[in-house]
Write a protein that binds this ligand. Sequence first.
Ligand code: ARG
Length: 461
Amino acid sequence: NEGALWGARFATGPSPELEALSRSTHFDWAMAPYDLAGSHAHAKALAAAGYLDADEEAAMHAGLDALAARVAEGTLLPAPHDEDVHGALEAALIAEIGPHLGGKLRAGRSRNDQIATLVRLYLLDHARLIARDLLRVIDALTAQAEAHPEAIMPGRTHLQHAQPVLLAHHLQAHAWPLVRDLERLRDWSVRASVSPYGGGALAGSTLGLDPQLVAEELGLARPSENSLDGTSARDVVAEFAFVAAMIGVDLSRLSEEIILWNTREFGFVTLDDGYSTGSSIMPQKKNPDIAELARGKSGRLIGNLSGLLATLKALPIAYNRDLQEDKEPVFDSVATLELVLPAFAGMIATLRFDTVRMAELAPAGFSLATDVAEWLVKRGVPFREAHEISGSLVRACEERDLDLHEASDELLASVSTHLTPEVRDVLTIEGSVASRTGVGGTAPERVAEQRVELVERAQTA
Ligand code: ARG
């Protein structure tokens, strides 16, 4: 094979089975634009070090530009015998500018430092797209919170009624993890902004090429400090896959609630027709498929991360061909999020909440019992005793099939002399929510303040 990057020391060419196993163009072609960007930068470094004269450098850049245009329009594709994106593009460059000049580009670089750099460039670009789409989900959540500043719903622990909370508080509780995911992407991108280019196969280069120049050309902060580490570390890929999996898990938790809220039994939300699906047999069905796909695909994102970690776990330094297995899982994580996030944002933005139904259910399950106990504490009753009194009141009401606020003056007094009729002042869901004014609490003014902070954090992430 004429275009191959190696061969002289072999008596025969590779077997077809080896070629089939080794080939990666079906997935690494996605990095062709980054490979060409790397080659532009490398050509500059070669010229700066005196290995290309000005005419050669200009012809090299022109040749690479011609390839980039053909890649972009889809007319340059890898040939069946090409092993990987690097070999395919070198062969194409040689066809474009001839073997003498085309053959000079590979000096001082290896596919090992190339691939380690390109995967960073690819992920940094996609991290920006994912962050943009994630911000849209956060915006949809905060817009819904803002549109329902006073709506009250049952707050749950163990999925059981616990205490009433604001719908806005609950929606924002789902937005915060996504804000942290945005911050994770940002923190990751600082660590990812390193260029292994110049590390060669593993030990560095003898040619005196300037790695800082290459890093700057590629928009990366600095060259890798260690050529062995630079060419063989993939924690940068694993960390990205973790953030992607975390986003998946965070969306999945919200998905689970939307699926529950959309049941007849809850009846808290209605999904927009454009963001729900029907059944092929049951004409009445309207299904929450976006939430289910988001929940399902979180499994795939977790799988990509764990597969990647398993691949990395016993690899000695430096480059090992196992490392080629990093691309497909992380590319899949990228593609998955780029599909899920826009649909998810649309689903959230168009959700309709049945706030009357939510408010009706908010006091059910004696969810104001804690308010009774804290009302007693404010009157000097020790909390331990207050908890007992409130618990006894719950039992008395349960036996009589009453809600707490329906207990008569006599019933209250029979439970405890501390329970005067004024206790009914705290037995409304509005009163309960309004009184939780501590930092991070569900009182409307705290939730509104929290939203300002949330939006600001999301904007600056
Ligand atoms: N395709 C490889 C990868 O994705 C890069 C090529 C390195 N090949 C080699 N034989 N050193 O990691």
